[in-house]
Design a binder for this molecule. Sequence first.
Ligand SMILES: [Zn+2]
Length: 282
Amino acid sequence: MSISDWFFFVLTVLIGLASGSFANVCILRIPADLSIVFPASHCFSCGKALLYRDNIPLLSYVLLRAKCRWCAAPISPRYPLIEFLTCASFTGIYLKFGASLPILVYCLLALDLIIASGIDWDHLWIPRFLSTPGTVLGFVWATLVWFFEWPGEWIVSTPWDALLGAFVGGGVIYLVRLGANWYYNRYRNYSIYKENEEDRIETMGLGDVDLMLLIGMFIGWDLALLTIFLGSLFGSLFGLVTRFCGYKLIKIPFGPYLALGAYLCLLWGYDLIHWYFSGLFF
Ligand SMILES: [Zn+2]
């Protein structure tokens, strides 16, 4: 790598860490309807504000030995974990796309997906303003890329590819949702099912449909289908593993697995498709 490659690499890592810190704030504060700027970060146990030097991503967690400086209340390992995940996902995008225009767009998409996943994980809910404005922006962006012929390894580079992606991604997940809800209420939910709408159980929310509209707009119809496949696979595997370990989860959020699938598709989706079909028709 040249000096400028290294410079952008380090820059991506640092921005990734800072964005991970921001993602933590969003995941905690958005569902609680709190401002994400004010007040400054504070300890949840004693309420004292954090010092600037206790606010450094990853490093502060280690230096403070996972405890609050003031009251020694334990700090959850999910903060450094999300900081690390965000940083790693940004770095992966940089290594794939290089210092070009697509990296900005795809890092923002990754950050949005991480925040949506965190909230879905905690609350089984994906706020609409994390998916819908991004979906509109995705369409506008694809139109700009197409019209001005912006350079870069764009996965979706025309407005119709973007629309088709959103249509297929959102449509397929909507059908999956209808099927899953029907099956669950028809065959699994005997005791509660009393022909009443309000007794029906939602196995999958509309938040997942909104999320797939967003994902499809950015990665196109073929990778959107692969995302749904991978997301279902990861979600089922996670369900099996937790059940095997003795946990009985009533509900598993789908958002984090769709997000993971979308990220893998962003980086290696076409490699995966080529590898699969070359093995099949060789
Ligand atoms: Zn404290």
